[in-house]
Design a protein around this ligand. Structure first.
Ligand SMILES: [Zn+2]
Ligand SMILES: [Zn+2]
Ligand SMILES: [Zn+2]
Length: 313
């Protein structure tokens, strides 16, 4: 049994003993990370999502999909491109959840027999978790590869979303056994972190809302900058990170977001609770790591507030 790494990627250092290992498909359809993203000039003025400077230039592909993401220069657009290119030009619905990167897929496969602490006091490996979800062990590798970028797989919104959420949730818990995201921030995949934040900020995933993918895009840009800042990239300052955070709030308050003020309050409450606006320290506890225990009660409270906010419309 051999695991084939796609070109340019190392083989994982360990490979679990599991039958029916198939090679990772290699037919990339996404823009490569070294591509220069295109910019379009418009008559409107917006703040650069990186530095905050006023500009009339925005991401061309995202504009075509209905997202106005302003960048003052190709340099600032490139600064977040390694993460943004995975969701660049995604239409408003479904939301901006990208396929697994090849590295994410390889790591998930290489570590699928590793037990991890899951919500509600459970301990399970990826194999055990997927078995319980109805996926037989011999199909797990194929299942993961089908959710990987470059694979010929039609977008199946519910199944794919649920599976992506689950795999990223499990991988984050393997990478962060102590539960402090600040410690691993420079090394985890941005979308594993985005996944966790969105799950806890907005558990019911309102993909039909105009503001949701717009907020998603800005959250990805903010987390991409924060990760790079924590990883020591000298081109990314704390001011850039603070600006990107502020731009999420600015967008949610704009008419373009078409967001109810009560919904906005609930969302911003969560955002401020999970990421300190001043220090940018992440205070998002992984489920069952909070001093008070499981976060299920807080989830319920948040969903209740969202339902009441919508009902009060
Ligand atoms: Zn800028
Ligand atoms: Zn874009
Ligand atoms: Zn829980």
């Amino acid at each position: 049994m051999t695991l084939h790494a796609p070109p340019g990627l190392p083989l994982p250092s360990r490979v679990p003993t599991i039958a029916a290992m198939t090679p990772l498909p290699d037919s990339p359809k996404l823009s490569p990370t070294d591509e220069t993203p295109a910019q379009t000039e418009v008559k409107r003025i917006g703040a650069c999502l990186v530095c905050g400077e006023e500009t009339t230039k925005l991401c061309s592909k995202c504009l075509g999909a209905g997202h106005e993401l302003f960048f003052c220069s190709p340099e600032h657009q490139k600064l977040i491109w390694r993460d943004h290119h995975r969701v660049c030009g995604r239409p408003l619905v479904p939301d901006s959840r990208p396929w697994l990167s090849k590295l994410e897929a390889l790591e998930a496969v290489a570590n699928m027999d590793v037990p991890r602490r899951l919500p509600h006091g459970k301990i399970a490996s990826l194999i055990e978790f997927l078995n319980e979800a109805g996926c037989a062990t011999r199909f797990i590798v194929t299942h993961i590869y089908r959710l990987t970028e470059g694979h010929e797989h039609p977008y199946d919104s519910y199944t794919s979303h649920a599976a992506l959420v689950d795999i990223r949730m499990l991988e984050l818990r393997r990478r962060c056994p102590a539960g402090d995201l600040n410690e691993v921030l420079g090394t985890i995949d941005t979308f594993q972190l985005t996944n966790e934040l969105l799950y806890q900020l907005w558990p019911c995933m309102p993909t039909n809302k105009v503001w949701y993918p717009g907020a998603n895009h800005r959250l990805v840009i903010f987390l991409s900058l924060l990760r790079q800042f924590r990883a020591g990239n000298p081109s990314v300052s704390l001011e850039f990170c603070r600006n990107a955070y502020k731009q999420i709030e600015v967008f949610l308050a704009s008419p373009a977001a078409k967001m109810l003020s009560a919904e906005r309050d609930v969302f911003l409450d969560g955002l401020h609770a999970y990421i300190d606006p001043e220090t940018l320290v992440i205070r998002l506890p992984l489920c069952d790591y909070t001093p008070e225990g499981c976060m299920a009660a807080e989830f319920k409270e948040r969903i209740g507030r969202w339902r009441r906010a919508v009902a009060a419309k």
